[in-house]
Design a protein around this ligand. Structure first.
Ligand code: MG
Length: 384
């Protein structure tokens, strides 16, 4: 059986708010869209993907979706959901016998749910995963002034529909055609109903939630309990007459680091550590030393910019541990101030930042006072 998956990411996420469309928000270091695409891409029966995005995102589509196992097309959606699904369906190849349509906003769908949908779609023609309503359901009269229960609705016939919804190709073709003249439909099964078809219900999964509000995003991030570690290292040559700056703190010294920037080894090592932990590249890629913009850029500023990228990927710093290797002067008197400066920019308490000073015992360039070096380790946790 050859299955095509249409992933619908046509919405602009007005309910979540903020400038970034909901499907592009990251949870645990990966966008909601990518997780949803990956769930379909990873199913062994799925042979092709069509991702439907708002028109303005089509050009960036491949980059947004990332590398996929099976061929993937990115197409522009329409005004209504059924218009987006029609655009997606038109991009499906003739080889597809079954088409599944999945909300990009449901990144936690499991292989089991997709299995059940495909099997039922093949035998019945159309299938939706759904969960029985567990709460008591009220019908209410709602006005600006009041909300009053009119009656209690028997819930034994009520199910909450999820995605992916699955269809035999001919069934979805009729549903898409029916959708052109139908009222706005919030799912494809509704269009099959309009077209007079039968839709089977298979077991959904309560974890297969739809991320709709900013609370949903927060909850989804909390589910990603994963942590990420990163390391960083930096070294600068020391020369007479340059200031010695560590995490923005001036350390009185006859020598300071030679460098394109301020040579703040603590911030440079930490910048690499946080970027590395988040899988977001490194300091050289983000702030190329060929770019005059970064000449003499304060290390604290670079670290803050890197942290903004890391936060946007859904991570926060849990703790950081830094070692500075320097022959002279003694760093101990300055370390409390360095820790405080780092804690402020990292967004953690002072007890979550350690900075240790060491000498190199007179050995090698650092030991001869010709260079300063720093090592950093950070742990990132999923942003709540
Ligand atoms: Mg450096």
């Amino acid at each position: 059986m050859y299955v095509a998956a249409i992933i619908v990411a046509g919405g602009r996420g007005a309910r979540v708010g903020g400038p970034v469309p909901k499907q592009l928000l990251e949870i645990g270091g990966e966008s909601i869209l990518r997780r949803s695409v990956r769930a379909c891409d990873g199913h062994p029966l799925v042979g092709e993907l069509v991702v439907v995005v708002p028109e303005e995102l089509v050009a960036a589509g491949e980059a947004l979706v990332g590398v996929t196992r099976v061929p993937c097309r990115v197409v522009a959606g329409g005004a209504r959901r059924q218009d987006s699904v029609r655009a997606g369906f038109e991009a499906v190849s003739n080889a597809a016998e079954i088409v599944i349509v999945h909300d990009a906003a449901r990144p936690f769908v499991t292989r089991d749910v997709i299995d059940r949908v495909i099997a039922a779609a093949a035998s019945v023609g159309a299938a939706v995963p759904a969960i029985p309503v567990a709460d008591t359901v009220k019908r209410a009269s709602v006005s600006d002034q009041s909300r009053v229960v009119l009656k209690t609705v028997p819930r034994d016939e009520l199910w909450l529909a999820q995605t992916p919804q699955g269809f035999r190709r001919d069934v979805l073709a009729r549903a898409v055609a029916a959708g052109q003249s139908a009222d706005e439909a919030t799912d494809e099964a509704r269009l099959v109903e309009v077209a007079g078809g039968t839709v089977a219900i298979v077991d959904g999964d309560r974890r297969n939630v739809k991320i709709t509000t900013s609370d949903d995003v927060t909850e989804a991030r909390q589910r990603m309990t994963s942590m990420r570690a990163g390391t960083g290292y930096d070294l600068h040559q020391l020369v007479e007459g340059r200031p010695l700056v560590l995490a923005g703190v001036d350390v009185p010294s006859t020598k300071g680091p030679l460098g394109h920037s301020d040579g703040d080894v603590v911030c440079h090592a930490l910048t690499d550590a946080v970027l590395g932990a988040a899988g977001a590249g490194d300091i050289g890629q983000m702030f190329p030393n060929t770019d005059p913009q970064w000449k003499n850029a304060p290390g604290l500023d670079l670290l803050a910019r890197a942290l903004a990228v890391v936060h946007a990927r859904g991570w926060v710093v849990v703790n950081a541990d830094v070692t500075v290797v320097l022959e002279t002067p003694k760093l101990a008197p300055h370390l409390p101030q360095v820790r405080e400066a780092l804690a402020a920019v990292l967004g953690v308490g002072v007890d979550a930042v350690t900075v240790k000073g060491k000498t190199n015992e007179g050995v090698d360039a650092v030991g001869r006072g010709e260079a300063i070096a720093s090592h950093a380790v950070v742990l990132l946790g999923a942003k709540a």
